[in-house]
Design a protein around this ligand. Structure first.
Ligand SMILES: C[S@@+](CC[C@H](N)C(=O)[O-])C[C@H]1O[C@@H](n2cnc3c(N)ncnc32)[C@H](O)[C@@H]1O
Length: 240
Protein backbone atom coordinates (compact mmCIF):
# COMPACT_ATOMS: atom_id res chain seq x y z
CA UNK A 1 0.00 0.00 0.00
CA UNK A 2 1.60 3.28 -1.15
CA UNK A 3 2.01 6.03 1.48
CA UNK A 4 0.25 9.39 1.18
CA UNK A 5 3.57 11.03 0.26
CA UNK A 6 4.16 8.46 -2.48
CA UNK A 7 0.66 8.77 -3.96
CA UNK A 8 1.01 12.54 -3.90
CA UNK A 9 4.35 12.37 -5.75
CA UNK A 10 2.84 10.17 -8.48
CA UNK A 11 -0.24 12.40 -8.88
CA UNK A 12 1.81 15.62 -8.77
CA UNK A 13 3.89 14.66 -11.80
CA UNK A 14 1.15 13.06 -13.86
CA UNK A 15 0.18 16.34 -15.59
CA UNK A 16 3.56 18.05 -15.93
CA UNK A 17 5.69 16.59 -18.72
CA UNK A 18 4.36 18.80 -21.52
CA UNK A 19 5.86 22.02 -20.11
CA UNK A 20 8.20 20.58 -17.53
CA UNK A 21 11.61 21.71 -18.82
CA UNK A 22 10.65 25.33 -19.54
CA UNK A 23 8.44 25.95 -16.50
CA UNK A 24 10.98 24.30 -14.19
CA UNK A 25 13.61 26.73 -15.44
CA UNK A 26 11.30 29.75 -15.04
CA UNK A 27 10.39 28.73 -11.48
CA UNK A 28 14.07 28.77 -10.49
CA UNK A 29 14.73 32.13 -12.22
CA UNK A 30 16.67 30.27 -14.87
CA UNK A 31 19.11 28.91 -12.27
CA UNK A 32 18.13 25.25 -12.36
CA UNK A 33 20.01 24.46 -15.61
CA UNK A 34 23.15 25.81 -13.92
CA UNK A 35 22.64 23.53 -10.88
CA UNK A 36 22.11 20.57 -13.17
CA UNK A 37 25.30 21.41 -15.07
CA UNK A 38 27.31 21.33 -11.82
CA UNK A 39 26.04 17.78 -11.25
CA UNK A 40 26.66 16.64 -14.82
CA UNK A 41 30.19 18.08 -14.83
CA UNK A 42 30.98 16.25 -11.59
CA UNK A 43 29.71 12.88 -12.80
CA UNK A 44 31.97 13.41 -15.84
CA UNK A 45 30.29 10.87 -18.11
CA UNK A 46 32.57 9.39 -20.74
CA UNK A 47 32.40 6.60 -23.34
CA UNK A 48 32.43 3.19 -21.67
CA UNK A 49 30.82 4.41 -18.42
CA UNK A 50 27.43 3.09 -17.28
CA UNK A 51 25.32 5.64 -15.43
CA UNK A 52 21.95 5.48 -13.68
CA UNK A 53 19.91 8.69 -13.43
CA UNK A 54 17.16 8.28 -10.83
CA UNK A 55 14.00 10.41 -10.74
CA UNK A 56 14.98 11.22 -14.28
CA UNK A 57 11.64 12.87 -15.13
CA UNK A 58 11.80 14.12 -18.70
CA UNK A 59 15.41 12.95 -18.79
CA UNK A 60 17.35 16.21 -18.90
CA UNK A 61 20.28 14.93 -16.84
CA UNK A 62 20.20 11.49 -18.49
CA UNK A 63 20.44 13.10 -21.94
CA UNK A 64 23.39 15.22 -20.80
CA UNK A 65 25.29 12.11 -19.62
CA UNK A 66 24.47 10.24 -22.85
CA UNK A 67 25.58 13.18 -25.00
CA UNK A 68 28.99 12.80 -23.38
CA UNK A 69 29.16 9.24 -24.66
CA UNK A 70 28.15 7.15 -21.61
CA UNK A 71 25.60 4.32 -21.52
CA UNK A 72 22.72 5.69 -19.45
CA UNK A 73 19.50 4.42 -17.91
CA UNK A 74 16.98 7.00 -16.73
CA UNK A 75 14.59 5.64 -14.11
CA UNK A 76 11.41 7.23 -12.78
CA UNK A 77 8.22 6.06 -11.08
CA UNK A 78 6.00 8.31 -13.22
CA UNK A 79 4.84 6.92 -16.57
CA UNK A 80 3.75 10.42 -17.53
CA UNK A 81 7.17 11.98 -16.96
CA UNK A 82 8.86 9.07 -18.72
CA UNK A 83 6.62 9.55 -21.74
CA UNK A 84 8.18 13.03 -22.08
CA UNK A 85 11.65 11.46 -21.94
CA UNK A 86 10.71 8.77 -24.49
CA UNK A 87 9.31 11.36 -26.90
CA UNK A 88 12.54 13.28 -26.73
CA UNK A 89 14.59 10.13 -27.25
CA UNK A 90 12.51 9.25 -30.30
CA UNK A 91 13.48 12.66 -31.71
CA UNK A 92 17.18 12.03 -30.96
CA UNK A 93 17.95 8.78 -32.79
CA UNK A 94 21.70 9.28 -32.38
CA UNK A 95 21.42 8.46 -28.67
CA UNK A 96 19.02 5.53 -28.96
CA UNK A 97 21.69 2.85 -28.50
CA UNK A 98 23.16 4.46 -25.38
CA UNK A 99 20.14 5.83 -23.54
CA UNK A 100 17.10 3.96 -22.23
CA UNK A 101 14.27 4.88 -19.89
CA UNK A 102 12.67 2.55 -17.42
CA UNK A 103 9.87 2.75 -14.86
CA UNK A 104 10.97 1.95 -11.33
CA UNK A 105 11.18 3.17 -7.77
CA UNK A 106 14.21 4.67 -6.08
CA UNK A 107 13.34 2.81 -2.88
CA UNK A 108 13.78 -0.60 -4.56
CA UNK A 109 15.95 -0.35 -7.65
CA UNK A 110 15.61 -3.21 -10.14
CA UNK A 111 19.37 -3.72 -10.47
CA UNK A 112 21.99 -5.94 -8.78
CA UNK A 113 24.55 -4.48 -6.40
CA UNK A 114 27.38 -2.46 -7.97
CA UNK A 115 25.80 -2.30 -11.43
CA UNK A 116 26.79 1.27 -12.36
CA UNK A 117 29.95 3.36 -12.57
CA UNK A 118 28.08 6.45 -11.38
CA UNK A 119 24.61 7.61 -10.33
CA UNK A 120 22.83 10.96 -10.38
CA UNK A 121 19.46 12.04 -9.01
CA UNK A 122 17.63 15.35 -9.02
CA UNK A 123 14.78 16.52 -6.78
CA UNK A 124 14.11 13.06 -5.37
CA UNK A 125 14.61 12.98 -1.62
CA UNK A 126 11.68 15.28 -0.75
CA UNK A 127 9.32 12.74 -2.31
CA UNK A 128 10.38 9.59 -0.46
CA UNK A 129 9.23 8.44 2.98
CA UNK A 130 12.68 7.45 4.19
CA UNK A 131 15.49 9.50 2.58
CA UNK A 132 18.20 7.63 4.55
CA UNK A 133 17.03 4.21 3.34
CA UNK A 134 16.62 5.52 -0.22
CA UNK A 135 20.17 6.91 -0.22
CA UNK A 136 21.46 3.52 0.92
CA UNK A 137 19.50 1.87 -1.90
CA UNK A 138 20.96 4.31 -4.46
CA UNK A 139 24.49 3.65 -3.17
CA UNK A 140 23.91 -0.12 -3.33
CA UNK A 141 23.79 -0.18 -7.14
CA UNK A 142 26.98 1.91 -7.59
CA UNK A 143 30.42 0.30 -7.86
CA UNK A 144 32.82 1.13 -5.00
CA UNK A 145 34.66 4.31 -5.94
CA UNK A 146 31.82 5.43 -8.22
CA UNK A 147 30.54 8.99 -8.13
CA UNK A 148 27.09 9.86 -6.80
CA UNK A 149 25.56 13.31 -7.05
CA UNK A 150 22.30 15.12 -6.60
CA UNK A 151 20.56 18.44 -7.17
CA UNK A 152 17.88 19.66 -4.77
CA UNK A 153 16.22 22.93 -3.91
CA UNK A 154 17.68 24.65 -0.85
CA UNK A 155 16.71 27.52 1.42
CA UNK A 156 18.96 30.64 1.44
CA UNK A 157 20.81 31.00 4.75
CA UNK A 158 20.96 34.82 4.77
CA UNK A 159 17.83 36.16 6.55
CA UNK A 160 17.13 38.94 4.00
CA UNK A 161 17.53 36.58 1.06
CA UNK A 162 15.46 33.95 2.83
CA UNK A 163 12.64 36.50 3.19
CA UNK A 164 12.81 37.21 -0.56
CA UNK A 165 12.91 33.48 -1.26
CA UNK A 166 9.75 33.04 0.84
CA UNK A 167 7.95 35.71 -1.19
CA UNK A 168 9.07 34.01 -4.40
CA UNK A 169 8.02 30.53 -3.28
CA UNK A 170 4.76 31.51 -1.54
CA UNK A 171 3.54 34.14 -4.02
CA UNK A 172 5.62 33.96 -7.21
CA UNK A 173 5.60 30.21 -7.79
CA UNK A 174 1.83 29.78 -7.39
CA UNK A 175 1.30 32.75 -9.74
CA UNK A 176 3.65 31.32 -12.36
CA UNK A 177 1.95 27.94 -11.97
CA UNK A 178 -1.50 29.52 -12.33
CA UNK A 179 -0.53 30.94 -15.71
CA UNK A 180 0.46 27.51 -17.03
CA UNK A 181 -2.13 25.04 -15.73
CA UNK A 182 -4.01 23.75 -12.68
CA UNK A 183 -1.35 21.04 -12.21
CA UNK A 184 1.45 23.60 -12.19
CA UNK A 185 -0.49 25.78 -9.75
CA UNK A 186 -0.54 22.78 -7.43
CA UNK A 187 3.24 22.40 -7.80
CA UNK A 188 3.74 26.13 -7.23
CA UNK A 189 1.78 26.00 -3.97
CA UNK A 190 3.43 22.82 -2.78
CA UNK A 191 7.11 23.55 -3.38
CA UNK A 192 7.99 26.30 -0.87
CA UNK A 193 6.54 24.69 2.28
CA UNK A 194 7.77 21.26 1.16
CA UNK A 195 11.37 22.45 0.61
CA UNK A 196 11.47 24.20 4.00
CA UNK A 197 9.96 21.26 5.86
CA UNK A 198 12.42 18.86 4.23
CA UNK A 199 15.50 20.85 5.27
CA UNK A 200 14.15 21.73 8.72
CA UNK A 201 13.70 18.02 9.39
CA UNK A 202 17.21 17.16 8.16
CA UNK A 203 19.63 19.93 9.13
CA UNK A 204 22.58 17.58 8.53
CA UNK A 205 21.86 16.08 5.13
CA UNK A 206 25.49 15.05 4.68
CA UNK A 207 25.17 12.71 7.67
CA UNK A 208 22.60 10.70 5.71
CA UNK A 209 25.04 10.39 2.82
CA UNK A 210 27.86 9.23 5.12
CA UNK A 211 25.53 6.68 6.74
CA UNK A 212 24.70 5.35 3.25
CA UNK A 213 28.39 4.63 2.65
CA UNK A 214 29.14 7.68 0.50
CA UNK A 215 32.26 9.70 1.30
CA UNK A 216 34.50 12.47 -0.08
CA UNK A 217 31.43 14.66 0.22
CA UNK A 218 31.18 18.14 -1.23
CA UNK A 219 28.17 20.36 -0.58
CA UNK A 220 27.70 23.31 -2.91
CA UNK A 221 25.07 25.91 -2.10
CA UNK A 222 24.35 27.69 -5.38
CA UNK A 223 22.30 30.81 -6.19
CA UNK A 224 22.53 32.05 -2.56
CA UNK A 225 21.43 28.63 -1.29
CA UNK A 226 18.30 28.24 -3.44
CA UNK A 227 20.04 25.37 -5.21
CA UNK A 228 21.85 22.59 -3.43
CA UNK A 229 24.28 20.18 -5.06
CA UNK A 230 25.76 17.29 -3.06
CA UNK A 231 28.53 15.21 -4.57
CA UNK A 232 30.28 12.14 -3.22
CA UNK A 233 32.00 8.84 -3.89
CA UNK A 234 30.79 5.42 -2.84
CA UNK A 235 33.10 4.05 -0.16
CA UNK A 236 35.42 1.32 -1.31
CA UNK A 237 34.78 -0.49 1.99
CA UNK A 238 30.99 -0.62 1.54
CA UNK A 239 30.11 -4.16 0.55
CA UNK A 240 26.57 -3.59 -0.73
C1 LIG B 1 10.87 17.51 -9.85
S1 LIG B 1 10.91 16.08 -10.84
C2 LIG B 1 12.58 16.10 -11.37
C3 LIG B 1 12.79 15.42 -12.68
C4 LIG B 1 14.22 15.46 -13.19
N1 LIG B 1 15.11 14.82 -12.27
C5 LIG B 1 14.66 16.85 -13.48
O1 LIG B 1 15.53 17.35 -12.79
O2 LIG B 1 14.14 17.45 -14.39
C6 LIG B 1 10.94 14.79 -9.65
C7 LIG B 1 10.85 13.43 -10.30
O3 LIG B 1 11.04 12.45 -9.30
C8 LIG B 1 10.21 11.36 -9.58
N2 LIG B 1 10.08 10.56 -8.36
C9 LIG B 1 9.59 10.97 -7.18
N3 LIG B 1 9.67 9.99 -6.27
C10 LIG B 1 10.25 8.93 -6.90
C11 LIG B 1 10.61 7.62 -6.49
N4 LIG B 1 10.39 7.22 -5.25
N5 LIG B 1 11.18 6.78 -7.38
C12 LIG B 1 11.40 7.19 -8.66
N6 LIG B 1 11.07 8.43 -9.12
C13 LIG B 1 10.52 9.29 -8.24
C14 LIG B 1 8.92 12.00 -10.06
O4 LIG B 1 8.11 11.10 -10.77
C15 LIG B 1 9.48 13.13 -10.92
O5 LIG B 1 9.65 12.75 -12.25
Amino acid sequence: MASTRKRHAVELFSGLPAHYDRVGAVMSFGQDPRWRRALVDYIAAAPGMSILDVATGTGMVAFAHAERGADVIGLDQSEAMLSGAQARLAATPGLAGRLAFRRGEAEALPFPDASFDALSFTYLLRYVDDPAATLAELARVVKPGGRIGMVEFGVPGDPALRALWRVHTRVGLPLIGRVVSEDWYEVGRFLGPNIEAFHAGRPDLLALWRAAGIGQLVRRDLSFGAGLVILGVKDAATSA
